[in-house]
Design a protein around this ligand. Structure first.
Ligand SMILES: [Zn+2]
Length: 456
């Protein structure tokens, strides 16, 4: 079980550690609104400096400050990279919060505030773990490089440029601790080592300058039909993506990933019930469903806008139609490649008139489920919490892991202090304080195990 001196240190310092967490949570650092960014980045800079870190502050043009800190003994032969963010999601709908979102409130063992689970408690639990280590044991057993950015909730626009310019500082790190992690309904920590990528586009069909009388549909084209036919060419009713060449770039999971997949307890009946479905797409079940979820790309119509949409009737021939599409990407699909293949597909199918506008792109970050950093995390969580975690080779979701880690071949792992009902991005976001105290001990245990783990 967990290390008695670390536990005793946490217990002895609880009021101060808790007050510090509340202090950080009270800063309304909403990147979407440009609020509290200076205050939060200053707070993080001060806190890391107080640990003895060398902190550099980068001010990307038009972006929010990125903090890069280094700490730990120069002679330590292993380096760990850590990624966190100090920005949070907007609070609305405000009326659905039980208390003001930036007045941290403790209730029944839970701490409520915007940014608790995503991502401030994760950051501070790691900071306090470093502090505990230094107080009890002296110098850290490894070097730590720490990236704390402030645009994660708005798409991390400045991060790829920052990583390309400054990545040489952390490129030889042996592993990366990613921002967060959550306990599932069975109290098992969900660990993950990679993320899917994302490519988002708008498709626009335009057939005239203005809408026409629908009696003209005998002779004049309809933007709604043009767009519908183009969309229908992208995927068939059997869920096959038909974009020429796209599936050639889908890499099958390797043996390590298949082993990790086989160890994930996945209850497909519960999943279907919770989503109100009697079957899943393509009829997959059990392990095959999980494999499809993690290792197949998606092509999703997220929204379509065209013609008259208000109540009642309007006999109109729309001149313009717009669809928003997103693709969740697996290795080796990259957003630029998907854009090129989609353009070529539309042209080849006679839809050269459809305009294609890229909206967002994030490269996939393949997982390394058998890497030293992942093993150290699995062991640390199991040792401290007494509950075997569940390791996902990667998640179906997306984040900026590629520019930070994959671009340099650094394996990553995520764990943290949230749980399945933490309500990230929603009203009444919270963590359970017991998870927070445990998270500090897990982080300290992880530092010890990763410093000592064989790399090969
Ligand atoms: Zn986050």
């Amino acid at each position: 079980m967990s290390d008695p001196p670390i536990q005793a240190w946490i217990d002895a310092h609880r009021p101060r550690l808790f007050a510090e967490l509340c202090d950080y949570l009270a800063i309304p650092s909403v990147s979407a609104l440009g609020q509290g960014i200076e205050a939060a980045s200053d707070w993080v800079e001060r806190r890391l400096t107080a640990l003895g870190a060398q902190v550099r502050r980068f001010e990307p043009p038009g972006g929010n400050p990125i903090l890069y800190a280094e700490l730990g003994p120069a002679e330590a032969d292993r380096a760990l990279l850590i990624y966190n963010h100090y920005d949070v999601q907007p609070v609305d709908p405000l009326a659905l919060w039980t208390q003001p979102p930036f007045e941290p409130t403790q209730r029944e063992g839970r701490l409520y505030a915007r940014g608790t689970a995503d991502n401030k408690a994760n950051f501070l639990s790691r900071v306090q773990a470093v502090e505990a280590w230094q107080a009890l044991r002296g110098p850290l057993p490894l070097r730590i490089r720490w990236i704390v950015e402030g645009e994660e909730e708005t798409g991390s626009r400045s991060l790829p440029g920052f990583c390309a310019a400054e990545g040489w500082r952390w490129a030889d790190s042996a592993g990366c601790l990613w921002e967060a992690g959550y306990k599932d309904e069975h109290e098992r920590m969900t660990l993950y080592s990679g993320l899917k990528g994302l490519a988002a586009f708008e498709l626009v069909a335009r057939t005239a300058e203005v809408d026409k009388h629908s009696s003209m549909a005998t002779l004049l084209p309809n933007a709604g039909w043009r767009l519908t036919w183009a969309l229908a060419s992208l995927k068939d009713p059997d869920e096959r993506i038909l974009i020429e060449g796209l599936m050639d770039h889908v890499r099958a999971p390797g043996p390590a990933e298949l082993r990790a997949l086989a160890a994930i307890p996945f209850d497909d009946a519960a999943f279907r019930a919770s989503h109100g479905q009697s079957t899943l797409l393509t009829g997959v079940r059990g392990a095959e469903a999980l494999k499809r979820h993690l290792y197949q790309p998606t092509c999703t119509i997220c929204g379509v806008t065209c013609g008259y949409q208000d109540p009642g009737m309007k006999t109109v021939l729309p001149h313009m139609a717009l669809a928003k599409l997103d693709f969740r990407l697996v290795p080796d699909l990259e957003p630029e490649l998907v854009g090129r293949l989609l353009r070529a597909h539309l042209d080849a199918r006679g839809f050269g008139d459809i305009e294609l506008r890229p909206l967002a792109g994030e490269h996939p970050a393949p997982g390394h489920p058998e890497s030293a950093v992942v093993r150290a995390a699995v062991e640390a969580v199991a040792a401290v919490s007494g509950v075997e975690p569940v390791l996902w080779p990667h998640m179906g979701a997306t984040g900026p892991m590629h520019p930070v880690t994959s671009a340099f071949g650094i394996p990553a792992v995520g764990f943290g202090t949230g749980y399945w009902d933490s309500r990230n991005h929603a009203p009444d976001e919270h963590i359970r304080l017991a998870d927070y105290w445990e998270g500090i001990a897990v982080a300290a245990e992880f530092f010890a195990r990763f410093a000592a783990a064989p790399l090969a």
